[in-house]
Design a binder for this molecule. Sequence first.
Ligand SMILES: *Cc1c(COP(=O)(O)O)cnc(C)c1O
Length: 459
Amino acid sequence: MLDKETLVAYDKRYLWHPFTQMQDWMTEDVVVIERGEGCYLVDISGNRYIDGMASMWTNVHGHNHPEINAALKTQLDKVAHTTLLGYSNIPAIQLAQKLVEITPVGLNKVFYSDNGSTAVEIALKMAYQYWQHTGESQRELFIHFDNAYHGDTIGAMSVGGINSFHNTFDSLLFRGVRVSAPETYRPDRDRDASRNGSGAALKTRWLNAVEAALSANAGRIAGIILEPLIQGAGGMLMAPRGFLKELSALAKRWEVLLIVDEVMTGFGRTGKMWACEHENVTPDILCTAKGLAAGYLPLAATLTTDNIYNAFLGDYKDLKTFFHGHTFTGNPLACAVALENIAIFERENLLSELQLKIEHFKNRLQDFYALPHVGDVRMCGLAAGVELMKDRETDTPYPFEEKVGIRVCKAALSRGAMLRPLVNTIVLMPPLGISIVELDSLLDIVYSSIEVITKNRED
Ligand SMILES: *Cc1c(COP(=O)(O)O)cnc(C)c1O
């Protein structure tokens, strides 16, 4: 292996990191991870860090998990990859059956890909082509939301709503109908509504906005796409309770397709297997990726109903085929890992075990309001966003260029926790397998990191 100095030097010389200003990166200490142990990651200098962001929101049961490793090795000794184009493989079949069993009733068909963005691209293309086959080809618009994040490919960006990520590419993106987001707190918006109640007023406002969009584009909407319950990358923004349920009813009433992007929320993150289950919603299309293969391997799936699937059936010459597929679709290694991931949920009764952790997490997070620069603490399941404010009484955010989120995460790193902020929001998203003791250390580290950084920056 290369020595530490060479590794860091080569990183800076050869790698271009995602979502990273490489000019800053050049002057920074690079943490190079060598191995994982449960909820900890260990770097090449032997420093241990709690993985407070589940390796970009993917890891479920911890790293280097003996049973997942074993499942992967067992499959590896059979075959690493074979194609689903024209052929099939055992883990892909077994996983499809299992996914249908554990997703909301009515989602009966599984289309694989490799990541969240492609799962979304597939959902959009499926929905679009569905209307072509059902005689309504004028339905070519998607309703999507401010602050939405559905991935970085052109199609996924087209239904996104984060200006800093998406504006550069604006002229490349296809047109849709963008609606204000269902968020219960933003300093520049209706703060009291979320603090004092369930956000009912906000919910009504946003539903009205969606209905107005449906009505203004009657007959031209193919579907509505959203992240259920939590808009993740947009800042860990929580939807008002009941929003998803009523949005689903609205989609039904207007006969448009509901696409839920459970790429982040799926696999227990919200305390139930799927965010949709909190509001008893069966979408027409569901996307899953991040936690699907337990954070081990790139794997995604887009699930849909018999109704949509059947619309693609026809004579070969009719060209109703869904002409979409990725080379590594249904990769046997990833599918075998996903099967073990689900088996662990069942064997360890993980979702009911999780409720205690969530309760603890929730209680401890309330303490963060004791810090004067914590403007808002938003949480759902084992996911939270702690939003820092320069002045929370006057709703004044820290200026972007102060990089307060980045500074807090750096302080946390030196105290032994690995995190990644969303501008001024500190995101907490540990593996679901984290113990209460580990969760406490993570929260202690984050608390003291916020304390020290915001204190130093007080005017
Ligand atoms: C991460 C994410 C995506 C994109 O997934 P990639 O695997 O990074 O392409 C899409 N939607 C949501 C909700 C996400 O959190």
